[in-house]
Design a protein around this ligand. Structure first.
Ligand SMILES: [Zn+2]
Length: 84
């Protein structure tokens, strides 16, 4: 079955942020929520992934900077477009 890619969201950053509840946090449910910030960039995969599809997602400024740091060894595979 082919997994469809979500299109970029121009209203909200698409980074999934963990709520901080861990296995021993004594309450709460561990989950990821969407970042609530407005997006400033769209990041695009230059080459298709293993699924043969080229993904893209919207990122706020904070998560764009985090992406650049965490993905620095693979950054050649992505291109950024600024949302004006
Ligand atoms: Zn964000």
């Amino acid at each position: 079955m082919t997994k469809l890619l979500d299109p970029p969201d121009f209203e909200q950053c698409q980074t999934m942020v963990h709520n901080g509840c861990g296995p021993f946090s004594m309450g709460g449910i561990s989950r990821y929520d969407r970042c609530s910030h407005p997006p400033k960039y769209i990041i695009h995969e230059i080459k298709p992934g293993e699924d043969g599809l080229r993904g893209s997602m919207s990122l706020c400024t904070f998560h764009k900077d985090k992406f650049l740091i965490e993905m620095k060894d693979k950054i050649i595979n992505y291109k950024f477009t600024q949302i004006l």
